[in-house]
Design a protein around this ligand. Structure first.
Ligand SMILES: *[C@@H]1O[C@H](CO)[C@@H](O)[C@H](O)[C@H]1NC(C)=O
Ligand SMILES: *[C@@H]1O[C@H](CO)[C@@H](O)[C@H](O)[C@H]1NC(C)=O
Ligand SMILES: *[C@@H]1O[C@H](CO)[C@@H](O)[C@H](O)[C@H]1NC(C)=O
Ligand SMILES: *[C@@H]1O[C@H](CO)[C@@H](O)[C@H](O)[C@H]1NC(C)=O
Ligand SMILES: *[C@@H]1O[C@H](CO)[C@@H](O)[C@H](O)[C@H]1NC(C)=O
Length: 271
């Protein structure tokens, strides 16, 4: 009799544990699902709301084209070309004579272009603006957008974020026309690096049929390391499409800052 009751109790105990474990799994799945959803939703919200700053675009359609580039894919196997359909729905509007390129001068360049309406950078175009500073990736077998746990810039060649910037920069350079400017860093030994986005993607795509000249503004600080005679800048000249005029000018960082904070100075007089 006692034994029989014991058995019964054991059985009840077993089912209760089973129930608890199942309940726990279900709760975990729901919480995880909600967290992932929220990550996708937040990223999408940022994307759509930034996109809303540009008039005349269907941001929902642009989001869908963007999402298709990486959703459900291994985040290390997203080549540049994956973004072609996205680039096609959000093309870059050429701004002749105002297009600015940069390498290792991000802070100074954007401080300048934010305050003064002289130049635009990749980050001022719709797709550059929408994705500036963000991290995103997909995962095989998932429809979510992840914003954490994504591979870093150098973890693998074809990662979601890096391929985007490569593809977008290619489109930006292909749209360049007239006189273009590049702000390079005079505080490093080689201001032109063939491995940078500027060196490996953009310079090759400046086309002499549209671009008349490339003018380098080499930003110098108090005890600057290099100047316009540096050999790396000779490499830059040699990489340029024949027919594009080249010039280089050393510009003190303080001069750029002064020009940024003084809207009366005409753009042409900044350096
Ligand atoms: C990255 O993608 C390109 C195509 O854009 C491909 O040629 C290359 O082999 C890929 N690299 C790796 C490491 O998968
Ligand atoms: C140039 O590079 C140095 C070293 O990375 C950095 O400290 C400096 O702020 C950069 N200069 C500009 C103008 O961005
Ligand atoms: C420049 O554009 C022309 C015509 O669009 C093309 O034939 C040529 O290959 C391009 N050159 C470069 C260096 O991309
Ligand atoms: C440029 O730098 C080199 C050393 O890298 C120096 O010999 C030369 O005098 C400098 N030129 C100017 C114009 O400052
Ligand atoms: C000039 O450029 C070359 C690379 O092309 C580099 O090795 C050299 O250190 C650079 N800088 C100076 C200050 O000479």
């Amino acid at each position: 009799m006692d034994r029989h009751q014991d058995k019964k109790r054991n059985k009840r105990c077993f089912y209760l544990s089973l129930f608890c474990v199942l309940l726990f799994i279900i709760i975990l799945a729901v919480v995880l699902g909600v967290t992932l959803r929220r990550s996708t939703d937040q990223f999408k919200q940022t994307f759509i709301s930034r996109c809303g700053n540009f008039e005349g675009y269907d941001c929902q359609k642009i989001w869908e084209a963007f999402e298709q580039s990486y959703i459900g894919k291994d985040p290390c196997q997203v080549p540049m070309e994956a973004y072609d359909p996205f680039i096609a729905v959000a093309p870059i509007k050429p701004a002749c004579n105002r297009m600015m390129f940069w390498s290792k001068t991000k802070y100074v360049v954007h401080d300048f272009t934010e305050k003064r309406d002289c130049f635009i950078t990749m980050e001022d175009t719709l797709m550059g603006f929408v994705l500036d500073g963000l991290t995103w990736c997909g995962k095989e077998g998932s429809k979510e957008t992840f914003t954490t746990g994504c591979p870093g810039w150098t973890d693998c060649e074809n990662n979601t974020v890096r391929s985007f910037w490569s593809r977008a920069s290619a489109a930006y350079a292909e749209a360049a026309c007239g006189h273009v400017t590049a702000m390079l860093n005079g505080s490093i030994t080689a201001p032109f690096s063939p491995q940078s986005i500027f060196g490996s993607i953009e310079v090759q795509r400046l086309n002499a049929t549209r671009v008349r000249s490339l003018n380098v503004a080499l930003v110098t600080q108090e005890n600057f390391v290099t100047n316009c005679t540096n050999a790396s800048l000779k490499d830059l000249q040699e990489t340029l499409d024949e027919g594009i005029k080249y010039s280089c000018e050393e510009v003190a960082e303080v001069q750029i800052q002064e020009c940024s904070s003084n809207p009366e100075t005409p753009c042409g007089a900044c350096w």
